[in-house]
Design a protein around this ligand. Structure first.
Ligand SMILES: Cc1cc2nc3c(=O)[nH]c(=O)nc-3n(C[C@H](O)[C@H](O)[C@H](O)COP(=O)(O)OP(=O)(O)OC[C@H]3O[C@@H](n4cnc5c(N)ncnc54)[C@H](O)[C@@H]3O)c2cc1C
Length: 418
């Protein structure tokens, strides 16, 4: 039932945030109930358009709980199981999106366009009569006489029996998610676990990465805290003007954030498929055949040519020296640094550059079967606002689809409000 009294409107359900979680909740809950989806941007799914470099890595065939990070993985597991990646893929296919699978189970729309996903979801919102209110920033929330009162920026008021907070975390806030929902959740009595940027580049104390900014290599990166390993990743590593980026680096952020300021080092192994001894044997062979080439030119056959002078500078070796003159001790030093190129962590780039938020609304005061607040009845949460984030590869969107679907489905089963 929808009523209108000048600047005041009433719906059964109000959802704040038209990201993937809010859209999924709206689509799922809208069978019998009137739903308003409130979004401050001028269109829905703005962040979806930025996902997967504009291609939208919509889910992952291997979206299991071990790819997620949270203070309560039992709840995460339960939520994922209620609407898993196969069910999400089926739903998208029913919406007319043809999907394709790439490496490591990553699923994309076949068009390679995130716009395809946003268009299909927007159409479904329309078909289901969800009232979409864009350009509508929520400025405040209160609960009076069993109804939520939601104040919009233009002084309009939305009343609802049920409220879903799907405002995202703090990551990528230029796309809309500025942490508003976390603020309201706290005001309403919810505990928020400490939040950090996750899936974000790392700043290093050493400035030499700037000299090779833009260079991308493949390898293994290991983070140590006081010389103990706390995180290991393999894949692309990018040198930047501030330090390091790309998936094999960004994936460490959530792990190292709580320890910033301590003795954190990143160790790059540029030959993870070879032992130190094997690499030295390769170097010995290459050096023996180097003829009159300089050390710098010889190394350029093994590693990118702009990296070679940087490595030699770090070892304080003359790059123009004849390869034939290099001693075994120096050759071993080169093999060692290629297996363990050390950098010191200075910090993380900001939420603006982060893909997701580590931490959020704690599950301790939320019903795990419904995602309803145990403190404020009728209040639900979905998506990145909750204390859960996933690895890179489609896992975060799956969390948004799963949690949005669960909240929407539970609400849809409630008796219709008079
Ligand atoms: C650059 C980038 C690339 C990514 N790529 C991928 C990928 O390929 N695959 C993957 O799985 N994940 C990816 N992610 C992560 C994924 O996009 C997020 O985890 C996901 O969008 C979270 O969904 P959500 O609905 O919870 O929040 P959001 O998508 O952040 O949506 C929240 C919405 O709430 C609105 N809102 C906030 N406050 C208010 C307010 N006061 N009033 C009204 N509206 C408000 C915001 O404008 C926003 O539209 C990427 C993230 C980024 C930043």
């Amino acid at each position: 039932m929808v009523q209108s009294i000048e600047m005041e409107k009433t719906f059964d359900i109000a959802i704040i945030g038209a990201g993937p979680a809010g859209i999924m909740a709206a689509i799922t809950a809208s069978d019998r109930l009137s739903v308003v989806l409130i979004e401050k941007n001028d269109s829905v799914g703005r962040k979806i358009l930025a996902t997967g470099n504009g291609r939208c890595n919509i889910t992952n065939r291997f979206a299991e709980v071990n790819r997620y990070h949270s203070s309560n993985l039992d709840v995460v597991k339960n939520v994922l199981a209620k609407f898993d990646q196969s069910q999400a893929m089926k739903l998208f296919e029913n919406l007319g999106i043809v999907l394709k699978e790439e490496d490591n189970g990553r699923i994309f729309p076949r068009t390679n366009q995130a716009q395809t996903v946003v268009d299909a979801l927007s159409h479904e919102l329309y078909e289901r009569n969800v009232k979409v209110k864009t350009n509508s920033e929520v400025k405040g929330i209160s609960k009076e006489n069993d109804r939520f009162r939601i104040l919009l920026k233009n002084d309009e008021i939305i009343n609802s029996q049920i409220l879903i907070l799907a405002t995202g975390g703090k990551a990528g806030h230029h796309l809309g998610s500025s942490g508003d929902g976390l603020f309201w959740a706290k005001l309403l009595g919810h505990m928020i676990t400490p939040t950090f940027p996750a899936l974000v580049p790392v700043e290093t104390i050493e400035t030499w990465p700037k000299e090779i900014s833009g260079l991308r290599v493949e390898g293994k990166s290991t983070v140590t805290l006081d010389a103990k390993i706390i995180s290991e990743k393999s894949g692309d590593i990018l040198f930047t003007h501030f330090g390091l980026s790309a998936p094999a680096i960004m994936a460490h952020a959530g792990e190292l954030a709580p320890h910033l300021g301590k003795d954190l080092k990143i160790h790059l192994d540029l030959f993870p498929d070879k032992t130190g001894k094997e690499l030295d044997q390769i170097l010995a062979k290459v050096f023996a055949n180097a003829g009159r080439r300089t050390l710098k030119n010889t190394l350029a056959g093994l590693i990118p040519n702009n990296l070679a002078p940087v490595i030699l500078k770090l070892l304080e070796m003359n790059a123009e020296r004849k390869t034939a003159e290099v001693s075994k001790i120096d050759r071993l030093k080169i093999a060692k640094i290629l297996k363990d190129l050390k950098l010191t962590v200075k910090g993380l780039r900001s939420f603006k550059e982060a893909q997701v938020t580590s931490g959020g609304v704690s599950f301790s005061e939320i019903n795990p079967q419904s995602l309803e607040s145990k403190i404020v009845s009728g209040l639900y949460f979905a998506g990145e606002i909750l204390d859960c984030y996933g690895d890179s590869g489609g896992f975060n969107l799956q969390w948004a689809w799963s949690s949005g679907h669960l909240a929407g489905e539970i609400i849809a089963q409630k008796p219709v409000v008079a």
